[in-house]
Design a protein around this ligand. Structure first.
Ligand code: FE
Length: 298
């Protein structure tokens, strides 16, 4: 497959300032204020990994997948087109905006704006420095992972598995939230157990959660206590996932989707891996917690 890693994400958020403060002070990400008013978040040498734009959606509005080079990008574009997917070449303006050497744009069957790119700008002269001393695991495993809600899981499976080339790692059939049995499917494009998961849930937001993996267990503990001290809601408590072995907690972001802050995720060896099935979400923990009642709500 051409896609090698999750490269970048775009979020449209209703409160840029609150998001920037959450990202820097609580998560420990590096915040870069852009001249166009948007905000870039860094976790490594890449010039940016998450772009925050002002918008009422409070959802993910863009996903960028990284490929190796121009030839890989051309191969991917050709396969998308031959599968009936409309593909446009990124203009020099868009490439400059994304700080990449080349990109293509297309949509997944749910209408999510997707890009594939190569040649991302690296800022080794301005190294990533976390305001909270956190360090993140990226490299050949890419940014982390995203979990998409969909009303058309079979359509997305065809798109991501058969056309884009993601490999199925496993399924979890479980009540993630009490009373709702779900078939979750987890897909990889590198050694990270999954960069993408699909959940057949008719939620208003596309993004259920995104995951960032820290390099030390203490980063997870420190981040968890920072968000708790700031009164954030944890939709799932600290736990260890059954499939990717990620030790993590989930925090509700200012946009209402969740962030999984993890450590210790499984690295998959393609030569020995076989597809598995789990019937629990977690080996321990990850206890679901109902959101607090809003003030004034009856
Ligand atoms: Fe996750």
């Amino acid at each position: 497959m051409e896609i090698q890693a999750l490269g970048y994400l775009g979020f449209a958020v209703s409160d840029l300032d609150q998001w920037a403060a959450f990202a820097a002070d609580e998560l420990g990400l590096m915040v870069v204020k852009r001249e166009d008013g948007k905000i870039d978040l860094r976790v490594d040498d890449y010039a940016w990994r998450i772009r925050l734009s002002e918008g009422a959606e409070d959802d993910m509005t863009l996903v960028g997948w990284e490929v190796a080079d121009k030839a890989a990008l051309s191969g991917l574009a050709e396969r998308l087109r031959s599968s009936g997917v409309a593909v446009s070449e990124g203009s020099s303006e868009i490439c400059a905006d994304r700080m990449v050497a080349g990109l293509i744009q297309f949509e997944d069957p749910d209408g999510l704006a997707c890009e594939a790119f190569f040649g991302p700008l690296q800022l080794t002269q301005k190294p990533f420095v976390s305001p909270r001393g956190a360090t993140f695991k990226t490299g050949d495993q890419g940014l982390g992972h995203i979990v998409l809600s969909t009303r058309d899981k079979p359509g997305l499976v065809t798109f991501y598995e058969d056309i884009l080339g993601f490999k199925l790692s496993d399924h979890i059939n479980t009540e993630v939230v009490p009373g709702k049995v779900l078939n979750l499917s987890f897909y990889r494009c590198n050694g990270r157990h999954h960069s993408l998961a699909l959940a057949p849930l008719p939620l208003p937001k596309r993004l259920i959660h995104f995951m960032l993996e820290s390099t030390t267990i203490d980063d997870v503990g420190r981040a968890m206590y920072r968000v708790l001290e700031n009164g954030r809601h944890l939709p799932f408590t600290l736990g260890r996932h059954s499939n990717d072995e990620m030790l993590s907690f989930y925090v509700l972001t200012p946009s209402g989707f969740e962030l999984e802050y993890g450590w210790g995720g499984l690295a998959v060896d393609d030569d020995t891996w076989h597809v598995k099935t789990h019937n629990v979400n977690s080996a321990w923990g990850h206890k679901f917690q109902k959101p607090p009642r809003k003030e004034g709500a009856s």
